[in-house]
Design a protein around this ligand. Sequence first.
Ligand SMILES: NC(=O)c1ccc[n+]([C@@H]2O[C@H](COP(=O)([O-])OP(=O)(O)OC[C@H]3O[C@@H](n4cnc5c(N)ncnc54)[C@H](O)[C@@H]3O)[C@@H](O)[C@H]2O)c1
Length: 303
Amino acid sequence: MSKAKIAVIGAGLMGHGIAQVFALAGHEVTVSDTVMKNLDTLATRIAANLRDLGEDESAIARVLPCVDVAEAVHGVDYVVEAVFEDLALKQKLFAEIEAHVRPDTILASNTSVIPITDIMRGLKHRERALGTHWWNPPFLVPLVEVIETQWTGADAIAFTMKLHADVGKTPAHVKKDVPGFIGNRLQHALWREAVSLVENGICDAETVDAVIKAAFGRRLAVLGPLENADMVGTDLTLAIHKTVLPAIDSRPGPSPYLERLVAEGKLGFKSGDGFRKWTPAQQRELRAKVLRHLKKAREADAT
Ligand SMILES: NC(=O)c1ccc[n+]([C@@H]2O[C@H](COP(=O)([O-])OP(=O)(O)OC[C@H]3O[C@@H](n4cnc5c(N)ncnc54)[C@H](O)[C@@H]3O)[C@@H](O)[C@H]2O)c1
């Protein structure tokens, strides 16, 4: 793909990382934010990431901060929005963006959970609108879910899938705009059962995490569940499901155990107590461990 002109709206945690990925791959990227400090610190934040990853810092020259959204999106081929998770804000922003771009400029939202359909329903040209769900940190986690709505055109999907594949991401086409897309549906199906095991006194929270990390978690990065099902046999998978599925949690809402933790102010790292207690040092160590792991996986991908 020839180099595109890209605008990233929102220079926060996700926006600056998304801008970094596109700039490193050679695209010209404008970045807009309503908070001046976030634009002022954009280059230093990206430079620090690139240094840490051993990547070419000259990529920063392709990132242009813009105070004005209209200026940021002028003449671009592709816009990705990464502002606060607020439906009304995103709707208003896309209406403003649409007034300043070509009819064929592709418009993407990086929302975590708001339906793309709701964000884009007011647009004049809805065939060029879609979702791109990046994972944090955007420059270390490969997946970008590309979400199609009932209005999205095949050209917009094809362009976006190729754009992300060409910058080294792993795009996944989500053919229906369903809550949680693909990744969070899978992730939270597991979390629901994890909470339920603790709630029902089968084991404590540390044991749940230890079991996952010491068993199938080890294989997950290279062996997906459906590959695994084929490996052991669909007949064996069926037999297991007949016994296990009736026993696992299938309640439609959040667990009362989780509701109670929140009501009691046990918010996890934020309060030092959640499913288990966390000292500041333990929190720092776990965050650092995750980053080390993701960096190692990225290095392994590159070899
Ligand atoms: N943090 C994550 O792990 C994660 C993962 C996937 C998706 N997301 C989604 O990405 C989006 C951004 O999340 P984040 O974590 O980067 O948030 P953040 O709070 O770090 O950044 C949001 C940025 O948007 C800016 N902003 C607000 N209104 C604006 C406007 N009108 N125009 C321009 N800029 C504006 C803010 O000043 C801020 O810098 C959200 O929709 C979030 O749900 C987050």
